[in-house]
Write a protein that binds this ligand. Structure first.
Ligand SMILES: Cc1cc2nc3c(=O)[nH]c(=O)nc-3n(C[C@H](O)[C@H](O)[C@H](O)COP(=O)(O)OP(=O)(O)OC[C@H]3O[C@@H](n4cnc5c(N)ncnc54)[C@H](O)[C@@H]3O)c2cc1C
Length: 359
C-alpha cells in the first residue's frame, strides 16, 4: 500500500472506526464529511449494543456477539470520554415457539452469556414487571454514539474535513483515485474507503443498499420506577440516561420525512406496552426523539471489503452499525494491510460488498 494519506468518505461510526484502524497502524488519514461527524445514523443520542442470541448456524448472532465483545474491549482501553454501561438486556420473544427454541439454546450456554429468567426474578432484574419471561443477556449495554465517533476520530494521524461533500470519485490510469468536492476542491489518493451508509451513488459498481427511516421516542425518568437493564423484544427501552429512557425504533421504507411524527411516537408507545405494560400504563404519552435513516441490505449484514484496486467500502450497517461497524473496520483494514484478522477469514466472503451483484 502507498504511504500517501488514505482518504475516507463519511464520518459516521463506519468511517471513524476505519480511520482509527489505519491511524493506529501509523497511516495518515483524511476523512471527508459532507456535514459534521456523526450527523447521520451515528448521531442518535443513545444506541443499544447487544448480541442477538442464537447458535453457530445464525450468522447475525455470531456477528453481533463478536461486535459487542470488540466494542467492550475498545471502550475499556479508549472509552473514558464515551458515556456507556454494559448493564445487560432482558430479551423477550414474540411467541412460545421462539421462546422454547431460545430456551434450548440457553440451556447449553454459560450464564454469563444468556440465562432464562422468569416471574419475580425477572421483575427484580428489570426493575419493572416485563410482559413475559425472557432471557438475560449480561453482555449487552448502551452507549452514546456521537461520543464514540469523536473518540475514534481523536488521533493525531486523523484529519477531518467537515462540509466536504464528495461529488465524484474517478480512477486515474495510474490506479489512484481523484475525488471532487462540491466546493471545487480536488483530492487524490491511492487508497479510498467509502463509508457513506446508504449514499452509494459515488461507487463505480452498484451496491445493493436500501434506506429505512427510523424514529426514536423518549420518556422522562419516572420517580420510584427505575428500569435497571435494557428491556427488548422487537423494540427496546433503555434505563434512564441523562434523565430520559429511549424507546426504539420505528422502521419505514420509502419514507423521506425528516420531521418527528406523533404517529411514530404512538407506535413506539405500543412497543413499550408490549415490553413493560404496567410501566406504560402509568405514563402519559411519550415524547419525540431523533429521526434518522438506516442503510439496509437483503441479508441484514453490511457490505464491507475491496471493490476495486485502491477502493473499499463499509456501508449498509443497518440496525447494528454502532455495535458492529467498529469490528468490521478492523476486519477491513487488517485484510488490506495483510495483518491477522479479528474474525474467521470466512467473514470476508460473508460481507463481500459485491455479493448481491449479478456475476
Ligand atoms: C432510529 C435508529 C436507531 C438505531 N439504533 C441502533 C442501536 O440501538 N444500535 C446499533 O448498533 N445501531 C443502531 N442503529 C443503526 C446505526 O445508527 C447505523 O447502522 C450506523 O450509525 C451507521 O453508521 P455509518 O457510519 O455507516 O453511517 P452514518 O452514521 O449515516 O454516516 C455516514 C456519513 O457519511 C456522510 N456522507 C454521505 N455521503 C457523503 C459524501 N458524498 N461526501 C461526504 N460525506 C458523505 C454522511 O454525512 C454521514 O455522516 C439505529 C439506526 C436508526 C436510524
Amino acid at each position: 500500500m502507498s504511504s500517501s494519506p488514505i482518504v475516507i468518505i463519511g464520518a459516521g461510526i463506519a468511517g471513524a472506526s476505519i480511520a482509527r484502524q489505519f491511524a493506529s497502524r501509523g497511516r495518515a488519514v483524511i476523512v471527508l464529511e459532507r456535514e459534521q461527524p456523526a450527523c447521520g445514523g451515528s448521531g442518535n443520542p443513545v444506541a443499544v449494543v447487544r448480541p442477538e442470541p442464537g447458535g453457530a448456524d445464525n450468522p447475525i448472532a455470531e456477528f453481533s456477539a463478536a461486535g459487542v465483545r470488540w466494542l467492550q474491549h475498545w471502550l475499556t482501553q479508549h472509552g473514558a470520554s464515551v458515556p456507556h454501561a454494559f448493564c445487560g438486556a432482558f430479551r423477550m420473544t414474540r411467541d412460545q415457539r421462539r421462546h422454547d427454541k431460545l430456551r434450548d439454546y440457553a440451556s447449553a450456554r454459560p450464564h454469563d452469556e444468556i440465562m432464562e429468567v422468569s416471574g419475580a426474578a425477572a421483575d427484580k432484574l428489570c426493575g419493572q414487571a416485563p410482559a413475559s419471561s425472557g432471557f438475560f443477556l449480561p453482555q449487552a449495554g448502551w452507549l452514546e454514539p456521537v461520543a464514540l465517533v469523536h473518540a475514534m476520530l481523536d488521533h493525531p494521524l486523523i484529519q477531518v474535513h467537515t462540509r466536504a461533500e464528495v461529488t465524484s470519485l474517478v480512477q486515474h490510469v495510474d490506479d489512484s483515485w481523484r475525488l471532487s468536492l462540491s466546493d471545487g476542491e480536488i483530492f487524490s489518493a491511492a487508497q479510498v474507503v467509502m463509508a457513506t451508509a446508504y449514499a452509494t451513488q459515488l461507487s463505480p459498481l452498484p451496491l445493493a443498499v436500501d434506506r429505512a427511516r427510523g424514529q426514536l421516542s423518549v420518556v422522562p425518568e419516572q420517580a420510584d420506577q427505575a428500569i435497571h437493564v435494557i428491556v427488548c423484544r422487537d423494540g427496546y427501552i433503555t434505563p434512564a440516561i441523562n434523565g430520559l429512557h429511549t424507546i426504539g425504533a420505528t422502521i419505514q421504507y420509502d419514507d423521506e420525512d425528516a420531521s418527528a411524527r406523533k404517529t411514530d411516537d404512538l407506535e413506539n408507545f405500543q412497543r413499550l406496552q408490549r415490553l413493560l405494560p404496567s410501566f406504560a400504563k402509568d405514563l402519559g404519552m411519550v415524547l419525540s426523539g431523533r429521526v434518522a435513516w438506516r442503510a439496509t441490505t437483503q441479508d441484514r449484514l453490511p457490505l464491507v471489503g475491496k471493490i476495486a484496486e485502491g477502493l473499499s467500502v463499509s456501508v449498509g450497517h443497518g440496525s447494528r452499525g454502532i455495535a458492529c461497524a467498529p469490528l468490521c473496520a478492523e476486519l477491513l483494514v487488517a485484510a488490506l494491510c495483510g495483518d491477522p484478522l479479528p474474525m474467521a477469514r470466512e467473514w470476508l466472503r460473508r460481507l463481500d460488498p459485491l455479493r448481491f451483484a449479478p456475476r
